[in-house]
Design a protein around this ligand. Structure first.
Ligand SMILES: Cc1ncc(COP(=O)(O)O)c(C=O)c1O
Length: 381
């Protein structure tokens, strides 16, 4: 007989103990909830790293056009999209798997390459799903903390990789911190990855990086490592609500394993067509990214002017310490109609991650934060 966790409401029911034990994903508050909580109409929604400029007009056209037949199942192979991605990346489309968001590929990689007793390595603070999905299949998760100056601790990662974890989830740019691995750091991490470890390089924010940051896929494809590189249409392309991301795999065999670990019709037909249109409009994406990066530097400068320590960011978000409970500060911000993400992970509960929004949202955030921090600063003086 199976012995799982019991819950009071259904004492006879078996629960998978791994699922029952996973921590809750710390999702940003939605618009309606933020309006209800603040009583305000103008909400600066800065908790989910979305694109404040929307998406390409080409995508809007697909959404309002009549080419999609809702009564038909979507293409389980995402053929058109994989062909388009394969061509752009110069890679065999058979090595690409499309997910219902790249988050589905994190889940698929965990299901396919981990199981009870396996070890997954990641960084701290971590992107929630890099911990949740391995835990959900019964794996142990080890985390390497960031350095005091908000960077990757490469020697500590090398030491942890020497223990040959089964999978290594590394975000670069790093959500929530913002750092991205430079060429030398990535080369060292790749060299330290044993052949028995699947290197999952999560490049959800790749499009926002400066020229100094290498293309992780290009570096990994030259290595003899087993890897999966994750990318998404949610951030730079502005399709977060449609849910499309993808995995570029080291081999067709790895791609087949990921496919086997996902549901068959995982990406809906509208999302597939929209992603093709988004990919076609690189100019729109690049213009949005340029505006977001310029705003990021402005907001970082303003935060530093408030006396805060802010991590250098290569993404569309900033990470900074408020020196006290970030949950309390976030609750105060919410009263002013500003939604941010207070970090809840142990050791990082004084940190806030704020997404870069449109200038008006960023100004609303900066003004509210200055007002909240001012009395404390005055009191301390
Ligand atoms: C590092 C990282 N990976 C993956 C994801 C998942 O993105 P999506 O499922 O929308 O593609 C996110 C979303 O915030 C992220 O920050």
């Amino acid at each position: 007989m199976l012995s799982g966790k019991k819950i009071a409401a259904n004492p006879e029911l078996y629960f998978n103990p791994h699922i029952a034990a996973v921590p809750k994903y710390n999702a940003g508050l939605g618009l309606a909830a933020a309006r209800a909580a603040s009583g305000l109409e103008q909400i600066a929604r800065l908790a989910s790293n979305e694109n404040p400029y929307g998406c390409s007009p080409g995508v809007q056209q697909v959404l309002s056009g009549s080419s999609v037949e809702p009564w038909r199942y979507s293409d389980p192979a995402c053929q058109r999209l994989r062909m388009a991605l394969g061509e752009r990346l110069g890679v065999d489309p058979e090595r690409i798997v499309v997910g219902n968001g790249s988050e589905e590929m994190i889940a698929a990689a965990s299901r396919a390459f981990l199981s009870e007793g396996a070890e997954a390595l990641t960084v701290a603070p971590c992107f929630g799903l890099h911990e949740i999905e391995p835990l959900a299949v019964g794996a142990r998760v080890t985390k390497v903390p960031m350095t005091a100056d908000f960077g990757f601790d490469v020697p500590a990662l090398e030491a942890a990789l020497a223990r040959a974890p089964n999978a290594f989830f590394l975000p670069s740019p790093w959500n929530p911190v913002g750092a991205a691995l430079d060429h030398e750091q990535l080369a060292r991490v790749i060299a330290a990855t044993p052949e028995s470890t699947l290197f999952v390089l999560d490049e959800a924010y790749r499009e926002f990086t400066s020229d100094a940051i290498p293309d992780g896929f290009e570096m990994l494809r030259e290595s003899a490592r087993s890897y999966v590189v994750l990318r998404t249409f949610s951030k730079a392309f502005g399709l977060a609500g449609l849910r499309v991301g993808y995995a570029i795999c080291a081999s067709v065999e790895i791609a087949r394993m990921l496919s086997a670990a996902k549901t068959p019709f995982n990406v809906n037909a509208v999302a597939q067509a929209a992603a093709v249109a988004a990919l076609d409009d690189q100019a729109w994406m690049q213009a949005a990214v340029a505006r977001i990066c310029a705003e990021r530097e402005r907001v970082a400068g303003e935060l530093r002017a408030l006396g805060l320590r802010v991590a250098r960011s290569e993404g569309n978000f900033l990470f900074f310490s408020v020196g006290r409970s970030s949950a309390e500060v976030a609750a105060e911000l919410l009263k002013a109609g500003v939604v941010v993400k207070p970090w809840v992970e142990a050791q990082y509960q004084a940190f806030i991650r704020v997404s870069i929004g449109a200038p008006i949202e960023n100004d609303q955030f900066l003004a509210a934060l200055a007002a909240i921090l001012r009395p404390a600063a005055a009191g301390a003086a």
